[in-house]
Design a protein around this ligand. Structure first.
Ligand SMILES: Cc1cc2nc3c(=O)[nH]c(=O)nc-3n(C[C@H](O)[C@H](O)[C@H](O)COP(=O)(O)OP(=O)(O)OC[C@H]3O[C@@H](n4cnc5c(N)ncnc54)[C@H](O)[C@@H]3O)c2cc1C
Length: 613
């Protein structure tokens, strides 16, 4: 890292992850702005297991993964872990964007407009977030030899952003020649591009891959282009342990009058590079937490921002009474332990590991008329759900009745496997510290599958019921419709069984989707919020959160694209607030709405041998 250090940086960021590192790179485009980022993990940008897209997933359970687990989950099956789920989170430059599957898409227009219309988040809507998404992206069209399999609309993609995006380079003909027509014959849509706000339907979604050398394009690779900037300092192996408050620095107690805001002057961290490890600090005018949905709230709580009833027993002096810290954590349940699989009597071309065919569907398209009516009746007659803020119930109802995507069917392998995924669970949980030791993992409780619903007079577990009903309905349709019907020799699980039997199979196979978000929702304070629409933590004057923990409810897209959009929008807000001479280059270019027109060139890559999955 750079040798120059500053007494006080303009911005100090905790976490060089998906959002934090991109934000740092944008802010430091202005040479007059100084930025320091503290990252707990080591630099993994040279690791093939991170850079090679075909090896995605392989850094899980290594030093580049925090290797967290949830608490026992009574809503899931005890497969030897009491339902507890692994929580993979990247611990390296780029954070979770270094380990994820690189699916890169926006959310739908209705979903994002609801942030503003139903949740009063002024300025946060489809227009601002999809613009920010486009600003983050450079999209490349597919090379000519596979172009017929991917139709996309350049005007809804970016042409000048840091994250490169492209379709995969090999196409499993099962998906184009059999699945596409089957979906069309079953009444589903296969639209040309779902980035323009209408997300329902089946088809390939782009991947964050640099097509020139076929490597992962992620926050870590973005940093490599900004590395030599003298005004950007990224310190790896530096784990943030708390916020330094101005009043403490001067030996005062915080003034707890309602309007008195706590001011931060820096971050404390453990420097893992020093021998022995030592505690150090970095001072800054603006503090940004980008430690992700598990640890941004951990840093707040360790620093006295949270629920006094949680902090006091741990001997932590409260600084801001903010009981919403660590609430609204959720992980959409996914049938990923054993997905639906088909045995097929046909040969296919294009069997590379990365296939990325994602079908996003509304409840109406995934339930029988009777089930949709019964579930709608329950929703209509339900005004409150324990543990779910009313605003979020209203959001869910709005999405349900507007036929917005609520279920995903994901084909991601070179084999005929499809994974059903309940995109917006009604069950939400918490993440809280249970020790004042900053190195102790927090207690993670997404509270899977705990909301009960009464459907046709029977009590059901809502999230799992919806997932199982949708899967059985979809599987029945696809397996009995040509041309898929004509090549299927067997299906697992069997779908023509009583629902109770199908439900128990789905439950047996369902767990984490690895898409945790929330914990520090951007909402009005009285509605359960932790940050306001300027991403400022309530009760503080200069502490912000910029990561997936602030999403007010689960995006029904994969969260990475929206996380990059959040970083871009945060950069814009910060630049506007600092009253600088205008926006830096990448934000201005974004506003010119450049459309992607370049064509992908897939570089040669070394043969990596058989897939490890
Ligand atoms: C296996 C997997 C596959 C996924 N696949 C996809 C996909 O294909 N498409 C998609 O859209 N989404 C996907 N996701 C989700 C997506 O990657 C995440 O939602 C997103 O990357 C989270 O970004 P973030 O900025 O909120 O946090 P992160 O990227 O996790 O960043 C947090 C950073 O903070 C650091 N940090 C934490 N605590 C401290 C501390 N105390 N001090 C210093 N640093 C700290 C971490 O090490 C990390 O670098 C996947 C997730 C996983 C786990």
């Amino acid at each position: 890292w750079n040798s120059t250090t500053y007494d006080t940086y303009d911005y100090v960021i905790a976490g060089a992850g998906t959002a934090g590192l991109l934000l740092a790179v944008i802010l430091s485009e202005n040479p007059d702005i100084t930025v320091c980022v503290l990252e707990a993990g080591a630099d993994g940008t040279h690791e093939t297991n991170i850079t090679n897209p075909e090896l995605r997933g392989t850094i899980q359970h290594t030093q580049y993964d925090w290797q967290f687990w949830t608490s026992p989950q009574p809503g899931l099956i005890d497969n030897g872990t009491m339902g507890a789920q692994p929580v993979p989170r990247g611990k390296t430059l780029g954070g979770t964007s270094a380990m994820n599957w690189m699916i890169h898409n926006t959310d739908s227009r209705v979903q994002l407009d609801i942030w503003e219309s139903l949740l009063n988040l002024t300025g946060w809507n489809w227009e601002s977030l999809s613009t920010a998404y486009r600003q983050s992206e450079t999209m490349y069209g597919p090379p000519a030899n596979i172009a017929q399999d991917f139709t996309y609309d350049p005007s809804v993609h970016g042409g000048n952003g840091y994250i490169r995006s492209v379709f995969q380079r090999s196409v499993l003909s099962l998906l184009t020649d059999y699945l596409n027509p089957t979906l069309l014959n079953s009444g589903y849509r296969v639209p040309p591009d779902r980035n323009g706000g209408d997300a329902v339907g089946g088809g390939f979604l782009p991947l964050a891959i640099n097509p020139f050398n076929y490597t992962r394009s992620y926050a870590g690779s973005v940093y490599s282009v900004a590395k030599s900037r003298p005004n950007l300092h990224v310190r790896v192996n530096s784990q943030v342990t708390g916020i330094i408050w101005e009043h403490r620095r001067h030996g005062h107690r915080h003034d707890h009058r309602h309007d008195a805001k706590a001011t931060a002057v820096g971050l404390k961290y453990i420097d893992r590079k020093s021998e022995p490890e030592s505690t150090s600090c970095v001072l800054g005018r603006q503090i940004i937490l980008s430690a992700g949905c598990i640890q941004s709230s951990q840093i707040l709580e360790l620093s006295g921002v949270g629920d006094p009833e949680i902090l006091a027993p741990l001997g932590i002096e409260p600084v801001v009474n903010l009981p919403n810290v660590g609430v609204g954590l959720r992980d959409p349940p996914m049938m990923n332990y054993l997905p639906i699989s088909f045995e097929l009597n046909a040969t296919f071309s294009g069997d590379e590991f990365i296939q990325n065919y994602i079908q996003l569907e509304s409840a109406r398209n995934m339930l029988s008329d009777d089930d949709f009516a019964a579930a709608s009746e329950w929703l209509n007659s339900t005004d409150t759900i324990p543990g779910l803020p009313n605003a979020q119930l209203s959001v869910f109802k709005a999405l349900w009745f507007a036929d917005e995507p609520l279920i995903e069917m994901a084909w991601q392998f070179q084999v005929a496997n499809v994974t059903p995924y309940n995109l917006i669970p009604l069950s939400q949980g918490t993440v809280h510290i249970n020790s004042s030791d900053p190195l102790a993992p927090p207690a993670i409780d997404p509270n899977y599958n705990r909301v009960m619903a009464t459907i046709n007079g029977t009590e059901v577990e809502w999230d799992m019921w919806f997932l199982a009903k949708a899967s059985q309905f979809w599987q029945t349709k696809v397996a009995t419709t040509a041309p898929m019907r004509d090549i299927i020799t067997s299906v697992d699980p069997p779908f023509d069984v009583p629902f109770e039997e199908y439900f128990s199979t789905v439950k047996q196979r369902t767990g984490t989707s690895e898409h945790l978000t929330g914990g520090n929702p951007m909402l009005m304070r009285e509605e359960g919020g932790v940050v306001d629409t300027n991403l400022l933590v309530y009760g503080t004057s200069n502490v912000r959160i910029v990561d997936g923990s602030v999403f007010p409810y689960q995006p029904s897209a994969h969260p990475m694209g929206l996380t990059y959009a959040l970083a871009m929008r945060a950069a814009q807000l910060l630049q506007e607030m600092s009253g600088g001479d205008g926006l830096t280059a990448s934000l201005q270019l974004l506003q010119s709405n450049v459309s992607a027109s370049a064509t992908a060139v897939f570089g040669d890559v070394t043969d990596i041998g058989p897939c490890r999955f």
